[in-house]
Design a protein around this ligand. Structure first.
Ligand code: GLU
Length: 262
């Protein structure tokens, strides 16, 4: 596995990086480098209405300041629409147009439009027919507003970038079964998925924009870096700069406390 390893960090540019996103970035970086692999960065700006102008540049500067250098050119999802259109075409025998509104689907999608949408209703979204025994229901591939759904583009991108290992927060655990299913339908090799413990605030909430997680310093801060490494149950290596600490951490033995105990 060692020589073919390709990992990635895939932030959504909806705001500056916070401690939780730094943890995910470091975990995927360390894992890639421990396997002598490559580490890529992909800006997940597919959901344009949620993106904040300039957040992508800030995220990239911040990653650099923490010593997290990527190995290939950064890609932006908004520049890859033809790739997604081609994949959607490839899946056409597995999809159906859906005329339901979000309000009409309280929980798991009940399959309303699987065999045709009700007369007089305009189809809005494109859904994937998913086997009944999967927990996710028929997932949306293209949304009612015409945008490709996160779930779908991540799969297309991971395959196009030959990603072998996806290291990300456990908040995305529910996304993994539909993503594996999509990879199978598209005849892609399925990456190995690793989900990390999630950093929370004092109230036990996941750090995120919604819970008003404070941004980390975009200038890089060695104390924050050490804290994020320690969160993973790995002993931070010595060093005066972020880069030195990261490099030294690579040669530390795995800590027996992994996953992080809190
Ligand atoms: N863009 C997603 C996020 O920021 C991460 C997607 C992934 O790692 O698969 O939550």
């Amino acid at each position: 596995m060692a020589d073919g390893y390709r990992g990635r960090f895939a932030p959504s540019p909806t705001g500056p990086l916070h401690f939780g996103s730094l943890v995910a970035a470091i975990a995927s970086w360390l894992h890639a480098h421990r396997h002598n692999g490559k580490w890529l960065v992909r800006i997940e700006d597919i959901d344009e209405p949620r993106c904040v102008p300039g957040a992508d540049t800030l995220i990239l500067k911040t990653l650099e300041a923490y010593g997290l250098e990527w190995d290939e050119e950064v890609v932006w999802q908004t520049q890859r629409h033809p790739l997604y259109a081609a994949a959607l075409e490839q899946l056409k025998h597995h999809t159906f147009p859906c005329a339901c509104t979000r309000k009409e689907i309280p929980g798991r999608y009940p399959g309303t439009c699987r065999n045709g949408h009700p007369p007089g209703r305009e189809p809005r979204a494109i859904r994937l027919r998913v086997p009944e025994d999967m927990p996710c229901g028929d997932v949306v591939l293209r949304r009612a507003d015409g945008l490709y759904a996160y779930q779908f583009v991540v799969v297309v991108d991971d395959a196009a970038q030959n990603i072998t290992h996806v290291v990300r927060g456990a908040d995305l655990l529910d996304s993994t079964p539909p993503q594996v299913y999509l990879h199978n339908l598209l005849n892609n090799p399925v990456p190995t998925y690793i989900h990390l413990p999630i950093a929370t605030n004092a109230a036990g909430e996941k750090l995120s924009k919604q819970t008003k997680a404070p941004p980390i310093s975009p200038a890089g801060d060695t104390a924050t870096l050490r804290k994020a490494i320690a969160f993973l149950g790995v002993a931070p290596g010595p060093g005066a700069t972020c880069r030195e600490i990261l490099t030294a951490t690579l040669s530390q033995p795995n800590s027996p406390t992994y996953p992080a105990q809190r």
